[in-house]
Ligand binder design. Structure first.
Ligand code: GLN
Length: 380
């Protein structure tokens, strides 16, 4: 019998694929996996068609096309306090998950520890393990804010990196200025690197401002920041993203990226470069999603679910303890099978048993979709 020793210790299918499959088996409404069910802007699609007609079919440069990196450099230099050079600080990736994976592979060595904040997006742990690193999980506080004492306690002389998501998936919490000060105190005078996953940068509610790692030059000079065109432009299936990092980290990143992906879809890069010239294409996203969030929240008040307010992302957590004693995975299965609505349980985002009776709903859907789902949820 052929012996293989696979790199990952646990063989599992991601919770997003599992729920999507279950959802289609039971013909349920998918408020689980985070993707919109409305269309990409016709203007952007037009640019894509244009560049397909222009035969932009061959390899793009490894780091991404110049036009796209230029417009991104302009966008970030004007929005934040870190100056971004298109040639040495930006690399275009095949989505944010690939960007995160490659950031980790480019700097994490066997035995290095990487602190992640749980509940944590499910790709982080396996990506660290593939690099030979050790995942050091730190739980959020019970109200889902950052527990900085716990982060400080988790730091050791083997800590290579702290990885976090802001706005946070799955809880929708966002970082305050004080969070960045606490992080600064922890990493000051250390060699700890940072990886800030900011794919929901443009989805922040109630007039609040997204604070980025790029707002803090003393932190961004040791950090990668990852982004997603898919989340911002309703095109998750395009798998297009980018990473911003200082020169030395960008070199380390590209050194792995070129042997992995090499380069990313060319005609989409040209299309995105044109589309990004108008800041209106992303600046009103918070308002757009806030209408959906408010509608979802208001209607959910007529249900037995208890809202855990969201400040960012297109997710909202709900406590179901008034409805059921089932654990969150069983509850999610039951909700799909008996009520025809899918959610995402929290426990797959945690390495230890979570006691939360909480699930995540995605409200990035047409009003018609939300309305049918809400009628079902009100009956649960
Ligand atoms: N980012 C999406 C979410 O959190 C899922 C992406 C995926 O299915 N891997 O729902």
């Amino acid at each position: 019998m052929l012996q293989i020793n696979p790199k990952l210790s646990v063989e599992k299918i991601s919770i997003f694929s599992t729920i999507a499959q279950l959802c289609s088996t039971h013909n349920a409404i998918n408020l689980g996996q985070g993707y919109p069910d409305f269309d990409v802007s016709p203007l952007l699609k037009d640019r894509v068609k244009h560049y397909l007609k222009q035969n932009k079919d061959q390899y793009a440069p490894m780091q991404g096309i110049q036009e796209l990196r230029n417009i991104l450099a302009k966008k970030y230099t004007s929005s934040y306090k870190t100056a971004i050079n298109p040639d040495t600080n930006i690399t275009i990736t095949a989505g944010a998950t690939q960007a995160i994976f490659t950031c980790i592979q480019s700097v994490v060595l066997p035995g290095d520890e990487v602190i992640i904040i749980e509940p944590a997006y499910d790709s982080y742990g396996p990506s660290i393990e593939i690099a030979g690193g050790k995942v050091i999980p730190v739980m959020l506080n019970p109200d889902f804010t950052m527990d900085w004492n716990a982060v400080q306690k988790a730091v050791s002389n083997k800590t290579k990196m702290i990885l976090f998501t802001n706005p946070h998936n799955p809880t929708g919490q966002i970082w305050s200025h004080e969070d960045f000060l606490a992080l600064s105190q922890i990493v000051n005078n250390t060699n700890i690197l940072l990886l800030s996953d900011e794919v929901y940068e443009h989805i922040v509610y109630d007039g609040k401002k997204h604070l980025s790692l790029l707002d803090y030059p003393e932190l961004s000079n040791r950090g990668f920041v990852t982004y997603s065109f898919g989340k911002t432009f309703h095109a998750t299936g395009w798998k297009m993203g980018y990473v911003i990092a200082p020169d030395n980290l960008t070199r380390a990143f590209r050194n792995v990226h070129q042997w992995n992906v090499f380069s990313v879809n060319s005609f989409l890069q040209y299309a995105l470069a044109d589309y990004l010239k108008d800041p209106d294409t992303y600046q009103n996203l918070s308002v757009f999603y806030q209408t959906k969030r408010d509608y979802f929240q208001r209607e959910m008040e007529e249900s037995r679910f208890k809202s855990i307010p969201t400040n960012g992302s297109y997710f909202q957590l709900y406590d179901y303890s008034a409805i059921s004693d089932l654990d969150d995975i069983e509850f999610t299965q039951w909700l799909i099978e008996k009520h025809g609505v899918a959610a995402i349980p929290l426990s797959p985002f945690c390495s230890q048993d979570s006691k939360w009776k909480v699930v995540r709903f995605c409200f990035a859907k047409k009003e018609d979709t939300l309305s049918i789902a809400l009628k079902r949820l009100q009956k649960v």
